[in-house]
Ligand binder design. Structure first.
Ligand SMILES: Cc1ncc(C[n+]2csc(CCOP(=O)(O)OP(=O)(O)O)c2C)c(N)n1
Ligand SMILES: [Mg+2]
Length: 377
């Protein structure tokens, strides 16, 4: 078996404090510390996204999928979960893993795909895994995680184990067969499952109106025999409370809920996309005015929890934390060549070993380093 990278010797300051409460209370009972942790997490994730997009533009990473504008939806979900819950993410839920203890450096290393990446450079950037946090690797194939999530919920039900399984999706997944199969069986089994859809209104260049005939995604749940609820996806407390109630219902044997968080993808689909080629950016400008971080900031200020000095401290901490994470992992070497064939099969495969030896000889002959000295791919 290949080596798992050693844990980092010292934690990055301020990340442990982002953990959600073990039993999330109703939104109106959230403590000041949690409200501020939610805000810090939103700022940290925005800072990370902004920086990682720059890194991609500079050619230091190959690809990135930001959640900019969707922080309230992602983190509203994150803070409503209990530790025993399971998450099957789509592309824009990585912040859930972060607040459940996935080291920011591990996330950044995953984007570099170097030796500090637990998945050893085998996945595209943003495909994080966080086993102890019950966070599965996202599946690139749209909607394919949804039957897995329902299978997990069914297993929890059959075994009588605590926890709810969360099936995350974007609006684009509703035209996949997997979505309908998962919804059908979740309803049939009354499985302890919450479908969490971040409807950011675009699936790359396809707007929601060209994806589905129903006005909302939430109403689709009715056809499968359970409740669907739509919430303001740019209001973190609205998302939090809607998800929390859905989770509580599932925990008490009340079956699944489909939660639709209505939001907007203000940037490109990923760094490989240019949305100005297919959408009216005046619409984007309107959604930027509903920025979820600014909105939550106004609420916190009204409650006396945030002022200019604290805001400046939070932004400085976020910037320093992200920069430090990048500095600590960027220059790690690429995974060793033998990682190409390690962890692939339970028993060593002579054919793969022969191929690796042949590759080594070819590299020695040509002096070519296929991964590049700095691990860039
Ligand atoms: C089965 C499948 N078809 C097509 C793609 C290409 N693809 C990648 S992301 C994406 C759009 C996803 O949109 P949505 O579900 O709304 O999520 P978002 O990216 O907006 O968060 C598509 C079509 C894919 N990955 N898998
Ligand atoms: Mg979408």
């Amino acid at each position: 078996m290949g080596a798992v990278p050693a844990p980092f010797s010292r934690p990055l300051p301020g990340l442990e404090e982002l953990r959600p409460p073990a039993v999330p209370p109703p939104a109106q009972a959230l403590g000041e510390d949690t409200l501020l942790a939610m805000y810090r997490a939103m700022v940290l994730v925005r800072t990370l996204d902004t920086k990682m997009v720059v890194l991609q533009r500079q050619g230091r990473i190959s690809f990135y999928g930001p959640i900019t504008g969707q922080e309230a939806a992602t983190l509203g979900l994150a803070y409503a979960l209990r530790p025993e819950d399971w998450i099957f993410p789509a592309l824009r839920e990585a912040a859930v893993a972060l607040v459940r203890g996935l080291d920011l450096r591990r996330m950044v290393a995953q984007c570099f795909g170097n030796v500090l990446d637990e998945t050893r450079g085998r996945q595209m950037p943003c495909h994080y895994v966080h086993k102890v946090g019950h966070y599965y690797a996202m599946s690139s194939s749209i909607g394919s995680q949804l039957p897995h999530a329902v299978g997990c919920a069914y297993a929890l039900q059959v075994r009588g184990e605590p926890g709810v399984s969360v099936a995350c999706l974007g609006d684009g997944a509703v035209s996949e067969g997997d979505f309908h199969a998962a919804m059908n069986f979740a309803g049939l089994w009354r499985a302890p499952c919450v479908f969490f859809c971040q409807n950011n209104q675009w699936a790359i260049s396809v707007p929601y109106e060209k994806q589905s005939a129903t006005a909302t995604i939430a109403e689709k749940a009715q056809a499968y025999g359970f409740e669907g609820r739509r919430c303001d996806g740019n209001d973190i407390l609205a998302v939090y409370e809607t998800v929390r109630e859905a989770l509580e219902k599932a925990r008490e044997g009340g079956g699944p809920t489909l939660v639709e968080a209505l939001t907007y993808r203000v940037l490109g689909h990923t760094t490989s996309d240019d949305p100005s080629r297919y959408r009216d950016e005046a619409e984007t400008a309107r959604w930027k005015e509903r920025d979820p971080i600014a909105r939550f900031g106004v609420q916190l200020r009204a409650r006396g929890l945030l002022d200019d000095a604290r805001e400046a401290e939070i932004r400085r901490w976020a910037r320093e934390t992200v920069e430090r994470a990048i500095a600590e992992v960027e220059h790690a070497p690429p995974p060793p060549l033998e990682s190409l064939i390690e962890d692939i099969t339970a028993m060593p495969q002579p054919r793969l070993e022969r191929q690796l030896a042949e590759l080594r000889r070819a590299l020695e002959r040509t002096g070519h380093d296929p991964l590049g000295a700095a691990g860039h791919r």
